[in-house]
Design a binder for this molecule. Structure first.
Ligand code: SF4
Length: 357
């Protein structure tokens, strides 16, 4: 179900922002309060509240990635934090002090920042996503953000946008002149994980129906199997999702698929235990990785990746696959090659963006 907040908190400094007007128009039944979040401590962890505020820092920033493993040098557009979904494994729970779905509405500043970057480095390729600190489309029926962002990127020669989502909120994406400069991507998971760990998220079927529609509208697509989670029967369930994916989507429209096994910073464990006491995902055998995150044993990661890759390759032998935050050893063993460094991985992904554009 699409998110409709019961209450909207609007920071006084953004009360006249055009996006606030759009959101209020799309939330006719919500109660409205003009104040700062410091004055509403009771709302700090409510998912039925929406906070509209300004991004006081930079909209554009490098993905934090992780040290000691290969990263793709992704760039983030920080359009908001948190989202209306409640994934038990959500890393934001350990990073942020509140879990209120939040939209940064001072988008004039964002456009200024982007224009500045793109003009300053005209020969660089920018691959930018909005789905790192929130879900790219979970608020789109309220903000109508895609209607502005997709045409903006369509006119930029050296920039590509990735909208990464677990939702099927794509209505605004039809009829836009995207010029294939936007990649719409979905996080996918085994049905059991979707059911038990991705609370409030649409089923895989609904996500893939949305992906098919975007394919029909000419968008490039991408998929992320992340976090891949170990549970009894994972082999069959992940195989089923991959089969379903390629029964819906043409492999030639898929620019990349990423894979990443479940990993977490130790601080997240007690949060999951308290908020999602029925979840079993933290009770496997983990080791502390070089970046301090808890990961499955290498032998388990290798087994899981190999199985998923072989199923993906069966349907899509040429699709570009990459790992998010994995060791060179795993790259070599499971994909048969390893980029020399983060820069090479970035170039390979940029090439995928540029193909056919
Ligand atoms: S969709 Fe992403 S941001 Fe939202 S709760 Fe799940 S992991 Fe966190």
């Amino acid at each position: 179900m699409k998110f409709q907040p019961q209450k909207i908190i609007i920071s006084p400094e953004v009360k006249n922002a055009p996006m606030v007007k759009t959101i209020l128009h799309n939330c006719p039944t919500a109660s409205i309060k003009y104040t700062t979040i410091d004055h509403e401590p009771a709302c700090l962890h409510q998912k039925n509240v929406l906070l509209l505020t300004q991004n006081k820092g930079n909209f554009y920033k490098p993905c934090p990635g992780t040290i000691s493993y290969l990263c793709c040098l992704y760039k983030i557009l920080n359009i908001g934090v948190n989202c209306p979904l409640s994934c038990s494994y959500c890393i934001l729970q350990a990073y942020l002090e509140h879990s209120i779905p939040t939209v940064h509405v001072n988008i004039e500043k964002m456009i200024e920042e982007l224009d500045g970057r793109f003009d300053q480095y005209p020969s660089r390729v920018f691959r930018i996503g909005t789905g790192e600190f929130t879900d790219s489309l979970a608020f789109d029926h309220l903000t109508e953000f895609s209607k502005m962002l997709i045409p903006y990127f369509a006119l930029k020669d050296n920039a590509f946008l990735e909208l990464k989502t677990k939702t099927d909120i794509i209505d605004n994406l039809g009829n836009l002149d995207h010029r294939q400069k936007t990649v719409v991507s979905w996080s996918l998971n085994a049905s059991r994980i979707v059911r038990e760990e991705e609370h409030n998220a649409p089923s895989v079927d609904r996500r893939l129906l949305a992906a098919k529609k975007c394919q029909d509208w000419g968008y490039k697509l991408a998929f992320h199997f992340d976090p891949i989670i170990f549970f009894p029967g994972w082999e069959i369930e992940y195989q089923d999702v991959i089969d379903e994916l390629f029964s819906m989507v043409n492999p030639s429209r898929v620019v990349w698929i990423s894979l990443g096994c479940f990993r977490y910073i130790p601080k997240l464990k007690p949060i999951i235990q308290e908020k999602f006491s029925e979840s079993r995902i933290i009770y496997e055998e983990f080791i502390r990785g070089l970046d301090g995150k808890m990961r499955y044993l290498e032998v388990i990661r290798e087994q899981m990746y190999s199985q998923l890759i072989s199923r993906i390759r069966k349907h899509a032998p040429n699709v570009f696959l990459y790992f998010c935050m994995e060791s060179p050893k795993i790259w070599q063993k499971c994909l048969g090659f390893c980029p020399a460094n983060n820069g090479e991985l970035q170039s390979l992904l940029n090439e995928q963006c540029l193909k056919g554009s």
